[in-house]
Design a protein around this ligand. Sequence first.
Ligand SMILES: C[S@@+](CC[C@H](N)C(=O)[O-])C[C@H]1O[C@@H](n2cnc3c(N)ncnc32)[C@H](O)[C@@H]1O
Length: 316
Amino acid sequence: MLLPVPPDADGRLVRGDGLALMRRLGPGTFDCIYLDPPFFTGRERVGDRGGFDDTWTDLTAYLDWLTAWMGEARRLLKPTGWFWLHLDWHSVHYAKVRADDVFGAKNFRNEIIWHYTGRRSPAVRRFNQKHDTLLLYAASAAAVLTPIFEPWSREEYVRLKKQAVHRDPDGREWIWGHAGRGRSKAYRIYLDEHVDRGRAVDSVWDIPIINTSARERTGWPTQKPEALLRRVVAASSPPGGLVGDFVAGSGTTGVAAYDLGRRFVLAEVDPQAAALAGRRLLARGARVVVDGLGAMGCGGVSGTPDRRRASPSGGT
Ligand SMILES: C[S@@+](CC[C@H](N)C(=O)[O-])C[C@H]1O[C@@H](n2cnc3c(N)ncnc32)[C@H](O)[C@@H]1O
């Protein structure tokens, strides 16, 4: 079995078929696996820097293909691990049924809606389609997430609570906390504590898509925002943990993993996308083993170890 990441590297990037790579890795080693495969759109996905084919003979062929990947992902996860499947309306409802079979319906945890703002038109045949869906599965009941917090303001907190705000003599603001029926004034909740901590994110994630002039834009079609992947990685893997993405595109998962102090294994079959991912990771300072599937285990480690950055707190 192949060692996912050698001790002197931050991650591995394999130029080749992700499923073949998964089959060569040992079981129970990954903390989190995120897959953002072709969505069954029925068309070529083309960007400024290349593209990939997303045409299939039929839905069953697509789902059979996807199911093989999920089976391998399940094998590779630790019992405390997490699996993310990123799709949209084209296939997510059918894929959910397959994913339930692979991971067990009882291990299904969330349907995360990634809602992206952007230009909206007054559409009349359907509403503007502005979200993707991420299905989240735990490898077993032993898996726990790390809560993620997003910033919010005093005004948002007060609006949500709909209660009178009181002030201590020193000006510190608080509201009454409830402790069940008949105990509506049980304790004081200080506003600053809640505002400073931020608000725990729920299952709808508002994260803008990458705009045309964004610095993180690589030109690879369907590239996902780093902010989205930072949430995925921070919530579902510990610092120093191992994160996998075997349909890696421009390498966003690897970038998020590296930034948050996790190790990563990426695979990408398209040479242009793999090159983009490699350049992106090296520019970050990551030490990456770059292999072809045939030459696996023989790739050199590139990158500069002293520029490693880690921010274990995660979040967006
Ligand atoms: C939706 S894109 C991933 C985008 C990526 N999350 C990003 O942020 O750039 C899907 C990717 O899967 C890749 N792909 C398709 N079949 C593959 C295979 N058998 N092995 C590895 N990658 C594959 C495509 O080339 C494409 O880059």
